[in-house]
Design a protein around this ligand. Structure first.
Ligand code: ATP
Ligand code: MG
Length: 564
């Protein structure tokens, strides 16, 4: 491709609305342009890279026996009502105005419907079905460029199985394929245990990259490799230690003491003796949740225990149900409450909690003696430096971007949509599903996040839009022009993708800057000084290492470079 003819509107300035490196560089390198919040046009260079990413994904999906589909983005609303997900997605799903249609944010329903209509027997299972196609999500805060778009390419695949062992196998195949995909694409990733959220189902893992601009938060152990989304992360933080003697409950006057820190200061006690109470509503039942000291409640963990619909109790409800305000609530003397307790408090005695009377607390509560506990659960958000639950090394809390997600869905969709097959004994059974996604643009942007310097992008061989960038330095020198033109033809004949900077209206300095910005890994620089001696200069974009190569050996040099 001749740069003089290529539509590639590069920018010298950093666009002011782009906050993170990948977004800035994709705009500057002429790969994308914004059409509106979270909606991007891919220009020819950007789309070339999208296709490279898709090639890597497709290759590995085919390798595990995936069969490629193309499913419609326009879906009947009815289909989404069958599984209840029209409601679950809420405003995140785009609804059309003039027909009962939605723009699909994912494709479990369509897949399940095809399975329901055509898979009748266990003999037709297992199946791995995938597609690489546009998804639409009305993201409330689209930012970070294509990392969070309202329209984006997703590779989504689905496993259909007759047995749970089959599901495990399909899930494992995907985990392995994902490792290969991200490794081939040159991404430094880690895998975390995750929450299944609105997708439903049991096991789920996310493939993440560490990034300051990430919207996910993860706990990672650099020592043993443990990593988990903060939504589900656990640690080995010390638990309550039961004291030998349980004292008698006593009322303590605590005027103007609301927070745990104020209480700690006022009573001069260790935080581990303070049991903080929170109240949530599970449908019509109030639930009192006890947490140790300043431990924060993890709502994802809470929802896993109480169901997706729990909500914090309102202030007026709180007063009506307990007779006190938020800072004075406790587990003693409540009527009609369910009481659940964070595991860290298990066995605790001589604890202090609210008295359900403003300005009063109760001291020396023994959870075993005084409270009818409905269950102990892990409910807390872990903090940095807590000991790893596997190896006790201090954990790090990092921001991360999710590249991909794998879920064991189970029979949620088959149950809702009546997708049954006949097993060996002729019995009807629901098809067991798994669902697996990768964001295509996000993968590309994450690569740039991890592979750039102050001059621009640094592609690798798997994703680079062209194999080599041929720079004709002096377009007014006949010898240089003829050598460069000649090389361009020869390289193309050897099936090497060349971006040829043949422009005659820009300075050499400008060409070098553009070459570094676009980031093709190998630059061939054809300049006057070397051409006189029958040579050209090779520059490795990543290391900036330069090497002089004889003209006659350029093609073999490039071929070797591409093979290595
Ligand atoms: P996130 O938590 O970042 O919103 P998600 O949990 O909604 O992601 P999934 O529904 O699991 O994501 O989608 C599978 C993959 O699709 C994600 O791992 C991510 O790579 C990509 N993806 C999801 N939402 C977007 C988006 N708005 N823009 C670009 N890619 C996305
Ligand atoms: Mg999302």
């Amino acid at each position: 491709m001749r740069l003089s003819k290529y539509f590639i509107p590069t920018l010298k300035e950093i666009p002011s609305d782009a906050l993170i490196p990948s977004h800035q560089l994709m705009l500057r390198a002429g790969m994308i342009r914004s059409l509106g919040a979270g909606v991007y046009s891919f220009l020819p260079l950007g789309y070339r890279i999208i296709k490279k990413v898709m090639d890597v994904i497709r290759d590995e999906m085919d390798a595990i026996g995936g069969q490629e589909f193309h499913l419609p983005a326009l879906n009947p609303l009815e289909l989404w009502e069958e599984t209840g997900r029209a409601k679950d997605f809420g405003d995140t799903m785009f609804h059309l105005k003039n027909r009962p249609l939605v723009l699909a944010p994912t494709h479990e329903e369509v897949i399940c419907q095809i399975a329901k209509n055509h898979i009748k027997s266990y003999r037709a299972l297992p199946q791995i079905w995938y597609q690489i196609q546009m998804k639409f999500r009305n993201e409330p805060r689209p930012r970070s460029g294509v990392i969070r778009g309202r329209q984006f390419f997703m590779k989504d695949s689905y496993t259909l199985d007759a047995t749970w062992e089959g599901l495990d196998k399909g899930y494992e195949l995907h985990a392995e394929a994902y490792k290969k995909i991200f490794t081939r694409a040159g991404l430094k990733y880690f895998i975390v245990g995750a929450s299944s959220g609105a997708m439903g189902g049991s096991a789920s893992q996310e493939f993440m990259i560490e990034s300051e601009s990430g919207e996910d938060t993860c706990a990672v152990c650099d020592h043993c490799g443990y990593a988990a989304n903060l939504e589900v992360a656990t640690s080995n933080i010390p638990k309550a230690q039961r004291e030998k003697e349980s004292k008698e409950i006593q009322e303590i006057h605590t005027p103007n003491v609301g927070t745990i820190d104020e209480l700690k200061e006022f009573l001069k006690v260790d935080e581990r003796f303070l049991a903080k109470s929170l109240v949530y509503m599970q449908d019509k039942t109030p639930v009192l949740i006890l947490m140790m000291g300043n431990d924060q409640l993890n709502e994802t963990k809470l929802r896993a225990v109480l169901g997706a619909d729990v909500r914090p109790c309102r202030q007026d409800e709180l007063l009506m149900l307990t007779g006190a305000d938020a800072g004075s609530i406790g587990p003693i003397g409540l009527q009609g409450f369910k009481i659940i307790v964070d595991k860290r408090l298990k066995g605790g005695n001589n604890l202090i909690s609210g008295a359900n009377k403003n300005d009063y607390h109760l001291g020396d509560i023994d959870l075993q003696r005084d409270v009818k506990v409905d269950g102990y659960y892990d409910l807390r958000i872990i903090n940095a430096h807590e000991p790893c639950s596997k190896c006790n090394s201090p954990l790090r809390i990092v921001n991360a971007i999710e590249l991909g997600h794998i879920f064991k869905l189970g029979t949620k969709y088959a149950d809702a949509m009546h997708a049954y097959y006949l097993d060996e004994d002729g019995k009807e059974k629901p098809i067991i599903m798994g669902s697996y996604g990768i964001g295509v643009e996000r993968m590309m942007a994450c690569f740039i996040e991890q592979n750039h310097d102050k001059h621009g992008i640094i592609w690798n061989k798997a994703l680079t839009p062209f194999h080599v960038h041929l720079v004709m330095v002096n377009s007014n020198n006949e010898k240089v022009v003829s050598v460069a033109e000649n090389l361009y033809t020869k390289l193309q004949q050897s099936l090497i993708d060349v971006l040829f900077d043949d422009r005659d209206d820009v300075s050499p300095g400008f060409k070098f800057k553009d070459a570094d910005l676009l980031g093709i890994p190998l630059q061939i620089i054809v300049g006057e000084k070397n051409v006189i001696h029958g040579n050209v200069e090779m520059k490795d974009r990543r290391t900036s290492k330069r090497e002089i190569v004889e003209l006659g050996k350029v093609v073999s040099f490039v071929e070797k470079y591409l093979e290595s």
